[in-house]
Design a protein around this ligand. Structure first.
Ligand code: BDR
Ligand code: CA
Length: 314
């Protein structure tokens, strides 16, 4: 068996971020979490960096390094999503205040240092929120870009349109400038857009399977999805809440759950109407250079089977 893949999880928890983190922490044979870097997004930075620690403790992994990062987007005011995730960002279960400390180093410094110290091509960045921390690290230390193995990110949408504006998905909309820096970085990118994540729906049966694990993790995950599905069901009339961010960590474990195309993706940063849109050349109608593997489909049953089995290990 190959050694575990080294990753940094950059995140703004968020219930679906929490599930993505739990999936990674449940899979130490395949995934080594070097650290978790928090960014402002779903809720402000003080809450995302607290929530990340709550999740590590829920997984009984209090030794994971959690770093706080950028508290606002590069060039715009912060937009948050309490209307989806609740006031704390992690509404649903009642979980204890975290005891584990936040690391002293800023998330951006941690990302730069880790990429400088680890052998080139061995660290994957898993981005579950606005891309502010990663873009800032690339701006401050451009030489680290070629040391990144891959960026796997949740963001954007093409056929599905947007979820925060008609054109834009939340993570990209919050910091389009950062997304633009990342998509132009030359680093290999895998994108899990709304086109995929809106098919990863927590139906009642799938939620019951989490709860039936009977563990504190299983019950907490069921309660988290119970909470944010109210919003999604109402908004999309769908069968349950989309589990966006766990698509990123599931891809590390079972990439064949996903299919997509290697295409050119550019970010709208000028027009207020379509700000943060991921302009994806799905049909190859330009000769712009492909810079990302943009996923379009998921084996949702396979994804939930993997997720439930792994969460059961915690
Ligand atoms: C993304 O935005 C956040 O609300 C979720 O955590 C996910 O990362 C979905 O658009
Ligand atoms: Ca997120």
């Amino acid at each position: 068996m190959p050694p575990p893949r080294k990753i940094i999880i950059d995140t703004d928890p968020g219930q679906d971020d929490a599930v993505a983190i739990l999936l990674a922490l449940a899979s130490p044979k395949e995934i080594k979490v070097l650290g978790i870097t928090c960014v402002a997004g779903n809720v402000p930075l003080d809450l995302t960096s607290k929530n990340a620690r709550i999740v590590c403790e829920l997984a009984a992994k209090p030794d994971v390094k959690v770093h706080a990062g950028c508290d606002r987007p590069l060039g715009r005011d912060l937009v948050t999503a309490e209307h989806v995730h609740g006031k704390t960002g992690l509404d649903g279960p009642t979980l204890p205040e975290p005891q584990m400390p936040l690391q002293e180093a800023h998330a951006v410094d941690f990302i730069m240092e880790t990429l400088r110290n680890e052998p080139p091509g061995t660290v994957t960045l898993c981005a579950l929120g606005p891309l502010t921390n990663i873009a800032t690290a690339f701006e401050r230390a451009p030489e680290i870009r070629e040391r990144v193995a891959e960026i796997i990110l949740m963001g954007g949408g093409y056929f599905e349109g947007g979820n925060i504006t008609p054109a834009a998905e939340f993570n990209i909309y919050v910091d389009p400038q950062a997304a633009d820096i990342v998509f132009r970085s030359g680093v290999p990118i895998v994108v899990m857009p709304l086109d995929v994540t809106h098919k990863a729906l927590v139906t009642k049966k799938r939620n019951d399977a989490f709860r039936a694990l009977g563990t504190s993790v299983g019950v907490a995950v069921a309660e988290m999805t119970d909470f944010f599905e109210r919003f999604d069901k109402e908004k999309y009339g769908s069968a349950g809440a989309p589990l966006h961010d766990p698509c990123v960590t599931a891809y590390l474990l079972q990439p064949d759950l996903f299919t997509g195309r290697h295409i050119n993706v550019e970010i709208e940063t000028q027009s207020e109407l379509t700000m943060g849109m991921t302009v994806a050349d799905w049909w190859g109608v330009t000769n712009r250079r492909p810079n990302a593997t943009f996923m379009g489909d998921i084996d949702a049953d396979g994804f939930f089977a993997l997720l439930t089995e792994r969460l059961g290990r915690l």
